[in-house]
Design a protein around this ligand. Structure first.
Ligand code: NAD
Ligand code: UFG
Length: 339
């Protein structure tokens, strides 16, 4: 298939481009590079041996999308482009609603105009809010998101649902990601956060490399086996392959479908710290801090639906994720800026 990948220079996008190319798909990437580096696609080409067609386009720029779509016939769009920093979204809600929601509407108008009515969207487990039950199935009711970033995901889901309802030629797959970590085994591409990392694994790897003194563990008084927060960490390669499998649903004219992409295993913050130390032989000093506002105690997926309907399941375990995260950080101490 010929696939348009928005946000394809970013963390999950670049790994997905590798898996799409490996599966024989033809890929075009657009990105405004607001949170990424074009070098990631050069690295993708080193991995796959195939050059990636790239355009610097902001998805809010309808005219730019229109002329791109005049020149290419896409079978499907995989839509990663968006801002994703939870804390920043609380400070700058308008930027998040404009970029993520208005950007998606602009993209959908362009796709609709050019009759490309197939889309796979990067949603998030955060749409479940504080989940009504665990493990979380796709039937779990959506909850109250505690920040504008999460709200944008939930709103975009509803927009896509309404669009598909209005025109059954549209096929929409919502993929609700749990917690992606890890990197490609080559160590050539990985997560390259700006400034102080918000997320657990990039913070741990920066402690390991000596950029940060110690990990702050946000709360040890949750109702979990060791008191620290439990999440469903998934290897980014497994997540990327989930998109390749989701293309099958699109090919089968699925209409509107929602899938959780998680492993089904919950690990605490301290489980991850200990797994990282064991996998890599590096000590991670940590201090216990108060809970982080908006965090929930436990979040992990039931991902049976993806297994049954897409034939997809996670292959990598926590040790693999810790090893590959560290391999990327060690090889690229300053991310892509190191060259
Ligand atoms: P990322 O920031 O690495 O990638 C997003 C990409 O989108 C970046 O390259 C950025 O430059 C680009 N972008 C942002 N706004 C754009 C715009 N207006 N026009 C064009 N390009 C734009 O983030 P990621 O971790 O790879 O996440 C990819 C998607 O998955 C995002 O939509 C994110 O919200 C979603 N998601 C991520 C996680 C996670 O933990 N990483 C979890 C759930 C969902
Ligand atoms: N944590 C720490 N110290 C840190 C960072 C995180 O203790 O420095 C803890 C958190 O309190 C939480 C766990 O590690 O218990 C995971 O936190 P992350 O920030 O890595 O991930 P979240 O589960 O909070 O959120 C992530 C993404 C969201 C996405 C969600 C579900 O940031 O965008 O997963 O997919 F919506």
């Amino acid at each position: 298939m010929k696939i348009l990948v928005t946000g394809g220079t970013g963390y999950i996008g670049s790994h997905t481009v590798v898996e799409l190319q490996n599966a024989g798909h033809d890929v075009v990437v657009i990105d405004n590079l607001s949170n990424s580096n074009e070098l990631s696609l050069q690295r993708v080409a080193e991995i796959t041996g195939k050059k990636v067609d790239f355009y610097n386009i902001d998805i809010r720029d309808f005219n730019a999308l229109d002329s791109l779509l005049n020149n290419h016939n896409f079978d499907c769009c995989i839509h990663f482009a968006g801002l994703k920093a939870v804390g920043e979204s609380v400070q700058k809600p308008l930027e998040y609603y404009d970029n993520n929601v208005c950007g998606t509407v602009s993209l959908l108008r362009a796709l609709n105009k050019h009759n490309c009515k197939n889309i796979i969207f990067s949603s998030s487990a955060c749409v479940y809010g504080d989940p009504e039950f665990i493990p979380i199935t796709e039937d779990c009711p959506k909850g109250k998101c505690t920040n504008p970033y999460g709200q944008t995901k939930s709103i975009i889901e509803e927009i896509l649902k309404d669009l598909q309802k209005s025109d059954s030629n549209w096929n929409v797959v919502l993929l609700r990601y749990f917690n992606p970590i890890g990197a490609h085994q080559s160590g050539k591409i990985g997560e390259d956060p700006n400034g102080i990392p918000n997320n657990l694994m990039p913070y741990i790897t920066q402690v390991a490399i000596g950029k940060r003194k110690e990990l702050n563990v946000f709360g040890n008084d949750y109702d979990t086996h060791d008191g620290t927060g439990v999440r469903d960490y998934i290897h980014v390669i497994d997540l990327a392959r989930g998109h390749v499998c989701a293309l099958r649903a699109i090919e089968n004219k699925c209409g509107f479908e929602v899938f959780n992409l998680g492993t089904g295993h919950g690990y605490s913050v301290l489980d991850v710290v200990h797994a990282f130390e064991k996998a890599n032989g590096v000590k991670i000093p940590y201090v216990i801090k108060p809970r982080r506002a908006g965090d929930i105690a436990v979040c992990y997926a039931d991902s049976k639906k993806a297994k049954e309907k897409l034939g997809w399941g996670a292959q990598f375990n926590l040790e693999d994720m810790c090893r590959d995260s560290w391999n990327w950080q060690k090889n690229n101490p300053n991310g892509y800026n190191g060259g």
